[in-house]
Design a protein around this ligand. Structure first.
Ligand code: SF4
Length: 341
């Protein structure tokens, strides 16, 4: 028997009890080093030293989920005018971006026509750009078929938490069942699936491990973003404590061990100062290097923002990311290679 990372690379799937024991054993930072070592070695063996730079663009549609999710202020952001979408994508392409994640709002029902229209407007530009779409649980099976026909590469089905009472409490207008349906139906149609889990809504260790095991059982996951709850002002959870960075990092490490071929990225609530913790815990190999949005960037990123027509801003974070990658012996790439399985 080899080391844990070697065994996993040889195809041994961690059992639930084993994963729970490793997770609990890493609850204290000083005891987590061996777990981080294994996760980081596994990441290195699967992905090597390249990191895929891609971009986000949004909001592409208004969020019509009500009541609003209790931790969210994204729904307040002004939606990008449809006539400006192509210009935003072209500006990203001009800087080298080859894959963009278009981010909603969601709607209870279907957003098929609207999402198809958004994708068609970008496709009309003839850009060499792969597209992913994240509109929560708002796409029907027919809508997924239409997006597949348009060549959309990826669909996000973000479960956030698989603890159903917690989901209902903090996302009272949203549907976990709809998001699970999109996860399965997107997979069945051959999309690369992205998912997001949030750490810190009150879920237990077992909830988190069961979440990762559900994603493993579904198969076909390409990206997982691990978000760290951090309170946003003017939301119902504004007074709640942030999740600690260590709790977030040990979850990244377990995600790496349970999902060895999945690109594990930064989620909401994790800023670039945490890149070393992400890398140390086995995160990799994808980062959002740029974004086109309507919101004012945070002070630390203002110097990196370029205004575009229509009140859009393109934030190019490469000066910060490149420095980290260089120090860590990593190399950025705009074209991600396909991996099995
Ligand atoms: S679905 Fe919830 S988390 Fe997503 S934008 Fe709407 S309110 Fe925010």
């Amino acid at each position: 028997m080899g080391s844990l990372d070697e065994d996993i690379l040889d195809g041994r799937a961690l059992e639930r009890d084993e994963a729970l024991a490793l997770y609990a054993g890493a609850v204290v930072p000083a005891a987590a080093e061996a777990l981080f070592d294994a996760a980081a070695r596994l990441r290195d063996r699967v992905f090597g030293t390249t990191v895929h730079y891609m971009a986000t663009m949004g909001p592409i549609l208004a969020c019509a989920i009500e009541p609003r999710c209790e931790y969210c202020d994204w729904w307040r952001a002004r939606v990008i005018a449809r006539s400006r979408l192509a210009g935003g994508a072209a500006a990203l392409a001009a800087r080298g971006i080859r894959r963009v994640l278009l981010v909603g709002g969601s709607r209870d029902g279907d957003y098929d026509d609207a999402v198809v229209d958004v994708v068609e407007r970008i496709r009309e530009q003839g850009l060499d750009m792969e597209i992913e779409v994240n509109v929560g649980g708002s796409l029907t099976a027919a809508g997924l078929e239409r997006l597949r026909a348009l060549g959309v590469a990826g669909v996000t089905a973000s479960l956030e938490t698989v603890n159903e009472p917690l989901f209902r409490r903090h996302k009272p207008g949203d549907s976990l069942a709809a998001r699970r349906r999109v996860l399965v139906e997107a997979r069945e149609r051959g999309f690369e699936v992205r998912s997001i889990m949030m750490i810190g809504l009150g879920e237990s260790d077992a909830d988190r491990i069961d979440h990762l095991l559900e994603l493993r059982a579904c198969g076909g996951l390409r990206h997982l973003m691990v978000s760290r709850f951090t309170p946003r002002s003017d939301t119902p959870l504004a007074e709640r404590e942030s999740t600690t960075m260590h709790d977030w990092a040990r979850t990244v490490a377990l995600a790496r061990l349970l999902l060895p071929h999945v690109r594990i990225g930064l989620g909401g609530g994790v800023d670039l100062a945490e890149l070393p913790a992400w890398h140390r815990a086995g995160g990799g190999n994808q980062l959002f290097a740029m974004g086109v949005h309507t919101m004012e960037p945070p002070p630390a990123l203002r110097e990196l923002a370029t205004p575009l027509e229509g009140g859009l801003r393109l934030v190019d974070r490469r000066p910060l990311l490149d420095r980290f990658l260089s120090d860590a012996g990593l190399r950025p790439t705009f074209t991600d290679r396909r991996l099995g399985p």
